[in-house]
Design a protein around this ligand. Sequence first.
Ligand code: GLC
Length: 534
Amino acid sequence: MTSFRPAPAWLADAVFYQIYPQSFADSDGDGIGDFNGITERLDHLAWLGINTVWLNPCFVSPFRDAGYDVSDYLNVAPRYGSNDDLAKLVDEAGRRGIRVLLDLVAGHTSDEHPWFKAAANDPADDRYVWAPEGHPDGFVPSPGTRPGAYLPNFFAFQPALNFGYARENPAEPWRRPVDAEGPRANRAALREIMDHWLGLGLSGFRVDMAASLVKDDAGTTETAKIWTELRHWMDGAHPDAVLLSEWGEPEVSVPAGFHADFFLQFGGPTDGLALRSLWSNGEGTVDENWDQLDCFFDPSGKGSPRPFVEAWHRASTALGHSGFISLPSANHDFSRLNCGPRTADQLPAAFAFQLTWPTLPAIYYGDEIGMRYVPDLPEKEGSVLGPRYNRAGSRTPMQWDDSANAGFSTAPPDRLYLPLAPSPNRPTVAAQLADDTSLLHLVRRLLALRTSSPELGPGGSVEVLHAGYPFVYVRGGRYLVVVNPRRDAVSYGYDGARDARVLAASGIRVDGDGTITAHGFAYGIFDLRRGGGQ
Ligand code: GLC
């Protein structure tokens, strides 16, 4: 196995916060979020206990896939501000102990990228995957003077960068070897892009569709080699930076070179199921091809934490100390926690679990106040992927206050990135800040507890006492966690709970004989050391 430099020490303590820049904070009133808006909110993030921010793509783009269609990797989209505004954001974040990660769209560009425009008019160019004539299945007809067709990576307007094919076939001349000129140029370009931003003080990248580079790559062996090479380079040139993958199979991506990978709504057959088995209740963003199962965080109480625990156990055993797994509350492609039958009163238990499990937590902006997934929004910048897969519902503007456009200044409605439907009980940051019983305050307390208790971090042990309702586990031999995501009360007997000290709890009672009664949607975190001393 290739040995990498150990991940920078800060990563073990990372609490990720994902910011969708178009929807987070609008400083100039044009209805679209921007860098200065984010900078103005850094104090809030620091107050909450966030130390690492991941920004979705913020580069020049025609925005047909919300910025995942990059047409210039080295300059930011003017709608978010200038390169200097981003530099200021990174600097101000650093002063508050917050690192900033960008999104690296490695597998494709926009069809408006100059590289693609050149390729579409030059039959000798192999930066993209080009069939010289006709258009084979899955290819898109050439838009330029060059005949033939190109291979897209996602939407048709996102041509796949050519990293070669793992297998060649003379009948399919577009299957270029991984060391052909175009693939080599693309690998060099990735390194240059990374070097550029890391040199400016960014702390790393979340890599989009990281498994997609080399085509027809059984076992992703050749794709893995590209990341291994880049990681070795980063270990020398930027040892304090990290690479997180959108891959969804940590046991494959981390050995390839990533410092961490996410459990995702899709992903390997078992890992994808792991996240959905926690959160996906069949509403919000749903892919018709997903196996539908009863998720654990559901009032019906038909789910189980087992699929998650088993996938986590398998992945973390494979990883050892070589890297991390990140557990997101949601993301820009997947339903928010507050969705369908899962309502605001059920969210504290979900956070009590997410923030005490030995993974790196990733909080999706707005989940910390319980923003709701908004169904049936019109398609916006590529949000709709399928009949039941509308991503716009998770991309609505951050609800800073209860003005009609929630802090998105006074822009006319047609300029708003996404329409807002004001509703009477909409959670807002302002209201929750003023109420110390709110979800926002709970998330802050849980993060503070996690940060001050190394046993609760990814390095602390976990012993699962009961993988059901309630879910009961002990972290670092010291902290007992009980969560009951179902509506009905349930009890569990654990002798050790008798003298435990309550650190955070709602709806939980411990009797003198050690019986723990967890009411519907209850959670509890206890210190098993009598009195909580050392
Ligand atoms: C990733 C992104 C998603 C985007 C796609 C194509 O899955 O998370 O938002 O549409 O890649 O870049």
